[in-house]
Design a protein around this ligand. Structure first.
Ligand code: NAP
Length: 236
């Protein structure tokens, strides 16, 4: 082996050793910095996302003051409407609980267990006169409250099968679930406009799945009341 060959190989090894040492030093520092930055940023995003809802609910949510706010809920004989009437009454709202059977079990329970503010009244959402009477009843019993909301809750579940359900099922479903809320909303609109109140439609996911479904027909209301809704929120 000649001396020149050994010298060049030694220089090469030394040189590459020094370069790799330098690279290792630079990369280690930079990679560590990069890695820790990415981890910190990801953690920050995670914490921010998880605490966002909490912050929003506690500090950014618009608080509705129930005092002197009156609202009407349809279909309070049973189910969601019944429990909502109780709940909103306990919160201090002036509740008009519209029942299909105002002497029935559900209506009686509301009368016996809720505050004096809660009024039980009759309303069949498929009958024009019944809805008009309800408007008069509300006007006469509003007292110092402003009429602030209508909750279109009444609904029936028929007409699931296009082939097997008869026409009366479809007609009845449309009358209660679609024309009912339209009838009620139109009747209470003058009062709602005065208070710049809100319309709450309780509908069903089935409305998104099939055209001939039960409560889903109420989705139609969303479209027809579009021009009235300055703000619309949907809870699925
Ligand atoms: N339960 C669910 O899983 C579910 C899911 C999605 C959406 N929803 C919707 O939530 C709403 C309430 O449902 P729910 O489960 O609480 O059912 P529910 O217990 O049967 O309540 C519906 C209420 O509407 C009343 N009603 C029926 N026909 C009426 C009419 N022509 N005029 C006035 N009121 C009438 C019923 O009175 P009677 O009891 O005297 O018949 C009943 O009190 C409905 O709009 C429904 O489509 C329910």
């Amino acid at each position: 082996m000649d001396i020149k060959f050994i010298g060049i190989i030694t220089c090469h090894l030394l040189f590459t050793f020094l370069i790799s040492k330098l690279l290792f030093y630079i990369l280690l520092n930079h990679l560590l910095w990069l890695f820790s930055s990415i981890v910190t940023f990801s953690l920050w995003i995670l914490v921010a996302v998880f605490t966002y809802k909490l912050t929003k609910r506690n500090f950014l949510a618009e608080e509705v003051v129930p005092k002197n706010k009156a609202l009407l809920i349809t279909g309070c004989d049973s189910g969601f409407g019944h429990f909502l009437a109780k709940r909103l009454d306990s919160k201090g709202f002036h509740v008009f609980a519209a029942c299909l059977f105002p002497s029935g079990e559900g209506a009686m329970e509301l009368k016996n267990n809720c505050s004096q503010r809660l009024h039980v009244l009759h309303m069949d959402v498929t009958k024009e006169d019944s809805v008009k009477d309800a408007v008069e009843f509300v006007k006469q019993n509003l007292g110092s409250s402003e009429f602030w909301a209508v909750v279109n809750n009444a609904g029936i579940a028929k007409g699931f099968s296009f082939e097997l359900s008869d026409m009366d099922d479809f007609k009845n479903t449309l009358d209660v679930n679609t024309f009912g809320p339209i009838r009620v909303t139109k009747a209470f609109l003058p009062l709602l406009k005065q208070s710049k109140g809100r319309i709450v439609n309780i509908t069903s996911l089935s409305g998104k799945l099939t055209e001939c479904s039960n409560a889903g027909h109420k989705d139609f209301i969303l479209r027809t009341t579009g021009p009235l809704n300055r703000r619309h929120s949907s809870v699925d």
